[in-house]
Design a protein around this ligand. Structure first.
Ligand code: ATP
Length: 387
């Protein structure tokens, strides 16, 4: 199949096409898959057979952009007005041990470069070369998997044994593109991933979770991560109902990578001693684990007393896990309720210092329950308290 327009109608790819004299250049991976699907891809992945530095230099000369990374393995990352262009020398990879980072060797062959990839749908390239511009190179039948079989398929046995992060990638692609897993993934590759995941760094898993948290279908993805047990090595599994993932997704409206933590906490009671956690995240995990063990009161005052000085995500998660709707409501109140009277007014109102905390708890709860709305009503409440 030939997709000339893909190259010739895109200024950046057309430029590379004109450079291809003396080199072999290909668009690969996500950009090809997304083009075939009619989806916009923000990133360009280009593979060069030949001296990739020449291409990087020519590219920078023409477009400027910021070279944010260049490695000895022959990969360069260039940032250009909100897009990222990855230019890499064709390479082959091998895994000295399961779960280790791959050993990379240059290759003079685009097929070898495609062979090291995770799934057939990501192992397609489109030629940018003068002699065969637009030709789809699809040695593993990714096109049929994507459009006819609707199948997510690995390229070889033990793929998740070499790199268990592919299990998370698989969950994303299967749900994002509404594919089915091939049987081999379910029967063989996921068990391999479960065997090797405890050996890889938490940073690598976290990176996958952050990428999952920004996906439209993140709720389904995290449900599947739970069902497969992909996080079981990081803490005790929780039995939050599946609906809690959908509700969390609705409540945390923006697709932010930081939401990896709340979604993960619906799956497992994460350990606090994991490396690469930010201070705030450690604190959230610790308090979440503590509060999970505690009896939850029904009285709004007692609820606010219990949670007023912890991040509001904690009562939300506990509410979703334990089916305590009042905690979900309390989360919304924590987000919305604004107290108008200032600290100065409180101090000069005559409320004794040791009673201010109690006063603020009661005022917050009255506002949460809609019993006090305006600033005047707040001032009246102060008067009642001091009379
Ligand atoms: P997304 O839309 O999720 O970003 P992408 O395909 O652009 O998808 P990247 O993570 O940017 O994904 O990776 C680019 C390409 O590199 C992939 O399409 C795939 O071919 C290959 N790749 C990335 N990670 C792996 C991996 N862990 N194992 C094998 N191949 C990988």
């Amino acid at each position: 199949m030939i997709f000339r327009d893909f190259v010739l109608k895109d200024p950046l790819l057309r430029f590379l096409h004109h450079l291809s004299n003396g080199y072999k250049l290909y668009a690969v991976g996500g950009i090809v898959r997304d083009y075939l699907l009619g989806r916009k891809s923000l990133d360009y992945d280009i593979v060069v057979v030949g001296n990739f530095r020449d291409i990087v230099n020519e590219f920078l000369k023409k477009y400027g952009g910021k070279l944010i990374q260049i490695t000895e393995f022959g990969t360069a990352k260039i940032k250009l007005d909100g897009i990222v262009v990855d230019i890499a020398r064709a390479r082959k990879e091998s895994y000295p041990e399961p779960g280790s980072l791959p050993v990379v060797k240059p290759s003079n062959n685009i097929f070898e470069d495609l062979k090291r990839r995770d799934f057939t749908i990501n192992a397609m390239a489109i030629s940018l070369n003068l002699n065969d511009v637009g030709r789809l190179i699809d040695p593993f039948s990714g096109y049929e998997d994507l459009f006819e079989r609707k199948l997510l398929r690995v390229l070889k046995d033990r793929s998740f044994y070499d790199d268990p992060t592919r299990a998370f990638r698989g969950v994303r692609y299967k749900n994002r593109f509404e594919l089915q897993y091939e049987n081999r993934i379910l029967k063989q590759e996921i068990p391999f991933a479960l065997e090797i995941l405890p050996r890889i760094s938490f940073a690598r898993v976290r990176n996958e979770l952050e990428r999952t948290a920004i996906e439209e279908k993140r709720a389904d993805m995290f449900k599947e991560i739970k069902r497969f047990g992909l996080l079981d090595h990081l803490g005790e599994r929780l039995d939050a109902p599946d609906t809690s993932f959908d509700r969390l997704d609705e409540i945390l409206t923006d697709l932010s990578s930081e939401h990896w933590l709340p979604f993960t906490l619906l799956v497992v009671q994460l350990r606090e001693d994991l490396p690469d956690l930010k201070r705030h995240e450690k604190h959230v995990i610790k308090t979440f684990r503590e509060f999970l063990k505690r009896e939850i009161p029904d009285d709004p005052i007692k609820i606010h007393e219990m949670f007023y000085n912890v991040d509001e995500i904690i009562p939300l998660l506990i509410g979703l896990i334990k089916g305590k709707e009042i905690l979900v409501d309390y989360y919304h109140a924590r987000k919305q309720v604004k107290i108008h009277v200032s600290g100065d007014v409180l101090v000069s109102s005559g409320i004794r210092k040791e009673n201010i905390r109690r006063f603020l708890i009661e005022l917050f709860v009255k506002k949460w329950l809609g019993e006090i709305k305006s600033k005047d009503e707040e001032l009246n409440f102060i008067k009642k308290w001091t009379s």
